[in-house]
Design a protein. Structure first.
Lengths: 357, 292
């Protein structure tokens, strides 16, 4: 830290002022606006005055309820079957104009399960699409964070060898990072194409025609996975470079000592390399998590949230509402929910990875 | 220790390179595919995807897709907009963030510790969480220009530039760098009666080449590749940058040859720039990893 020089309030404010003003105006203010607006019914353009609506935006987004229903029975008391499955009373009869259950009004079925027996539990949500978006975003983060961090570490270890021309490979592995994710998404849309896509042709060739073509982005069971794989491909070089700079801070004398002790490759990694990468690991995990929660461009370019909402994400929903439907308050509420999620997760990560003394 | 024969060593070396090359192929094949496809008619492009011809400049090769792309969309306008917005933002960002970093490290003033802490706290705010309220905000901001006082910043250059000039990370990178500069140098200059402005211009800036390059590269990547924000704030094509201009090619039936030409046009210069300044690019990403 630099020592104390002459006190100069005027110079300090003059030089730091512009940056402080800009950050206050375009980062901090919008953040507080998001919180404030999420309690109103603000729209981008509206003839009506804005009103305070309390928690209603959050209730609309996060409202969930469960109902357990017995299957329908005929007059003889036997379960009514339909297409080989027991038939249950319709959810609509509960959520539409049902005076007994005003709390369920307007909800839709999200999913259902049964814990043995005939009764079936239905989970209803006020905003099923948003719930799917939250689940998809979590799946994305939970897969991408460890896989991308792990692959990046593998690449960094590979690149950290002393070989002629190794810098060429480092440059190539990093290349997709400088390409816009929009461009990358478009390219991969063609690679993933259901009929003449490169990927299908490749799989067909290496399996001698055993693997049938898959419509990667058009099938709800593969679309999110395809986007995950592409996202990792694009960004893994970023973390590779950060791991690499972590690796290079480890003192060579430690490796020499390990070699003298006759340590195996795994032992060297476990007892020399990994402890030296601790702080890097924490940082990488937090950064990937934060970036992964922002998943938007890939969705917008490749799938628009489909098929069957299987690639809806939190940010895509925020934009669809705040910008697409000009519902600023709904979009703001989603932004606040996203912030709370990101903050809690990075606090949990920090707590779990804290130095144990 | 076992004796390792020369053959054995050669084999191991060959395997290592084979692994490296195989991985390299995974990273470059979409980009090679993009550039090669941009030279082919749309029909051939799709047929070639069935085999290795996809990666080779074979068949009916021409630059027709490029001229067609310019005919279909105002490509020159998009490129101009991107270059203008990115260039101006990078320059202003270097000026304003380096000045702030200077003030935080070398000048002693009331409130600097608190403000630095607040600035660092903004690093945990992902842009995605403030984009929507900021959209409402910029739709109502005043501006004094040639037409006098106007309200609303939508469809302009300023809405794409001003919000991104200063950010916590850039200021923080300058602070980190300045802390490692020899403080005695600045102290001596102060004693000799140099003004703060002179110290900033004549002493600190000339020593700041590496950090200026880092900050410029990071800002460049963010700005040039931006998508979400310009998508929301520019409805008029006259102000749209290259990434948003891409939508132009998906309005009617998609001509993939033209799409690939446009993608190559907006990507290859950046890749060339990257390969030319490869070390600086990688160093700048690595430097974002020193925080914590």
């Amino acid at each position: 830290m630099a020592s104390k020089f002459t006190v100069s309030n005027r110079t300090g404010w003059l030089m730091a002022g512009p940056a402080i003003l800009l950050i206050a105006g375009f980062v901090i203010l919008p953040f507080f606006l998001a919180i404030g607006l999420s309690f109103t019914n603000q729209r981008l353009v509206s003839p009506n005055p804005t009103e305070f609506v309390g928690l209603s935006n959050y209730r609309q987004l996060l409202g969930v309820a469960t109902v357990t229903l017995e299957p329908l029975r005929d007059d003889a008391g036997a379960v009514v079957m339909k297409d080989g499955e027991p038939e249950y009373p319709s959810i609509r009869s509960l959520t539409r104009n049902n005076p007994d259950r005003p709390d369920l009004a307007g909800m839709r079925e999200w999913f259902s399960f049964s814990l043995g027996g005939e009764a079936k539990t239905f989970v209803l949500a006020r905003d099923v699409v948003f719930m799917k978006a939250v689940v998809n975003t979590f799946i994305f983060v939970i897969v991408v964070a460890p896989v991308q961090a792990g692959l990046a570490l593998g690449l960094a270890l590979l690149i950290n060898q002393r070989l002629r021309g190794i810098n060429v490979f480092r440059a190539i592995y990093f290349m997709p990072v400088v390409v816009s994710i929009v461009v990358v998404s478009l390219l991969w849309r063609l690679i993933y194409d259901g009929q003449s896509g490169l990927l299908n042709n490749l799989l067909d060739a290496i399996s001698f025609g055993l693997i049938p073509p898959v419509n990667w982005l058009g099938d709800p069971s593969t679309a999110l996975g395809a986007i995950i794989a592409m996202s990792i491909w694009q960004a893994v070089g970023f973390q590779m470079v950060i791991w690499l700079s972590g690796l290079q801070t480890i003192s060579p004398t430690l490796y020499e000592a390990a070699a003298i002790e006759g340590a195996s490759k795994w032992q060297v990694f476990r007892y020399v390399t990994w402890p030296g990468l601790r702080n890097t690991a924490v940082l990488i995990l937090i950064v990937i998590t934060m970036q992964a929660f922002g998943l938007f461009a890939q969705i917008d370019v490749m799938t628009n949230g489909g098929p069957l909402d299987s690639t809806q994400t939190i940010v895509f929903q925020a934009v669809e509402r705040g910008y697409g439907k000009q519902d600023i308050s709904g979009g703001s509420a989603i932004s606040v929910i996203l912030f709370v999620i990101v903050l809690s997760i990075s606090l949990i990560q920090r707590f779990l990875t804290r130095e144990k003394s | 220790m076992a004796m390792i024969s020369a053959d054995n060593r050669g084999l191991r070396l060959a395997t290592r390179y084979a692994v490296l090359v195989l991985i390299a192929l995974i990273f470059v094949f979409p980009l090679v595919f993009m550039v090669m496809s941009s030279l082919k008619p749309s029909q051939q492009l799709l047929e070639d995807s069935a085999n290795l011809r996809a990666f080779l400049p074979v068949g009916d090769i021409s630059f027709d897709n490029y001229t067609d792309a310019f005919r279909r969309a105002p490509v020159a306008t998009f490129v101009f907009n991107s270059v203008l917005v990115t260039g101006v933002t990078v320059l202003l960002s270097l000026l304003i963030c380096s000045a702030a970093g200077f003030a935080f490290v070398f000048v002693d003033w009331k409130g600097r510790n608190l403000l630095l802490a607040v600035l660092l706290a903004t690093l945990i705010l992902p842009f995605e969480t403030i984009a929507i309220p900021m959209l409402l905000m910029v739709a109502h901001l005043p501006w004094i220009g040639m037409e006098g006082l106007t309200w609303g910043w939508l469809n302009s250059y300023r809405v794409q530039i001003i919000p991104f000039i200063a950010d916590g990370l850039t200021v923080f990178l300058f602070v980190q760098y300045f802390k490692d500069l020899p403080g005695e140098l600045i102290e001596a200059a102060r004693v000799e009666g140099a003004s703060w402005g002179q110290i900033y211009r004549r002493i600190v800036m000339p020593l700041s080449g590496p950090i200026l390059a880092t900050a410029a590269i990071l800002k460049f990547l963010v700005m040039y590749n931006q998508y979400l924000w310009p998508l929301m704030v520019t409805q008029e094509e006259g102000y749209r940058p290259v990434m948003v201009g891409l939508q132009y090619f998906f309005q009617l039936n998609v001509a993939w040859g033209e799409v690939m030409a446009y993608l190559s046009l907006i990507t290859v210069p950046v890749l060339a720039f990257y390969l030319y300044l490869q070390k600086a690019f990688i160093a700048s990403i690595a430097s974002t990893g020193v925080k914590g």
